[in-house]
Design a protein around this ligand. Sequence first.
Ligand code: HEM
Length: 285
Amino acid sequence: MVHCGRSLNGSKTRRKSTTKLLTRELSLEEGSLTDHLVESTSDVKLIRDELMNILVAARDTTASLLTFMCYFLAIHPEVLKRLREEILTLVAPGESPSYEDIRSLKYLRACLNETLRLFPPAPNNERASVKATTLPRASPLEKPYYMPGPHTTIIYTFLLMHRRKDLWGEDADDFLPDRWLDEKRVQELNKDSFRFLPFNAGPRVCLGKDFAYNQASFVMVKLLQNFDTFELRQKQDAPEGAVPPEFWKKSSGRAAYEQVWPRSAITVYAKGGVWIHMGMSRSRE
Ligand code: HEM
């Protein structure tokens, strides 16, 4: 992952990088992201902005996905069991999964997708018009939407779109990885690339999408090779204020029964963290 805060927090590493810069150019395989930034510019503000950009876009998003995936595994032990079985069947104990292994772990991908659907790490997005225009109609019976311009903004919320019953079915609120293995449902989904949008779609689709799937899959494989029970201990161990407020129980949708408190600050996170006790597997490496 990104070697964050190395050179900006300590001059030691920066000096080391500068030495490298003076002697020879770094190859693509060498050094950290910070080293390469330092090599390409001496503008500290630009380096800081680039790092902040990648930390939010790449680190926080993937951390959010892994956090909520662990939460789901803790409250759905049957999914955890099935996922472990898939992983242990394909990847030998102590071994790391290859790229090909990761592609073959279909249930793992289904669990990741289902987590991304219910808790898309980037829950909102926004677009602005360059000039006055119209937005396409949802059906021929509707009129096109007029969008004034320039600079009119429109915000859309993946988190809500991903829970729409008219798009995802009556079970839209439920964590059901199997929906991603159901051929009929997947065919329906593939008709419209803007229905499942954790990475957005179109020309500005996330550049790190494949990397994120790979990295999250790798972490989950290593985790499940070693741990076989996940117990959610939000009520017992989390700091005060980490469980959703009482009045949520009267709301509709997942809010009525969610056991962690999802919040959003650019990316989705759980207030006070998600507290899980993981039991180490006897058959581990
Ligand atoms: C689960 C993990 C991730 C999620 C959910 C995610 C989601 C997104 C979303 C929603 C966008 C906005 C696209 C738009 O505005 O149309 C985006 C953009 C971007 N992401 Fe990711 N991302 C993830 C991981 C990563 C990783 C690991 C990297 C880099 C290694 C990365 C790099 C980028 C970059 C550079 C952009 C800007 C693309 C552009 O504006 O053209 N992302 N991502």
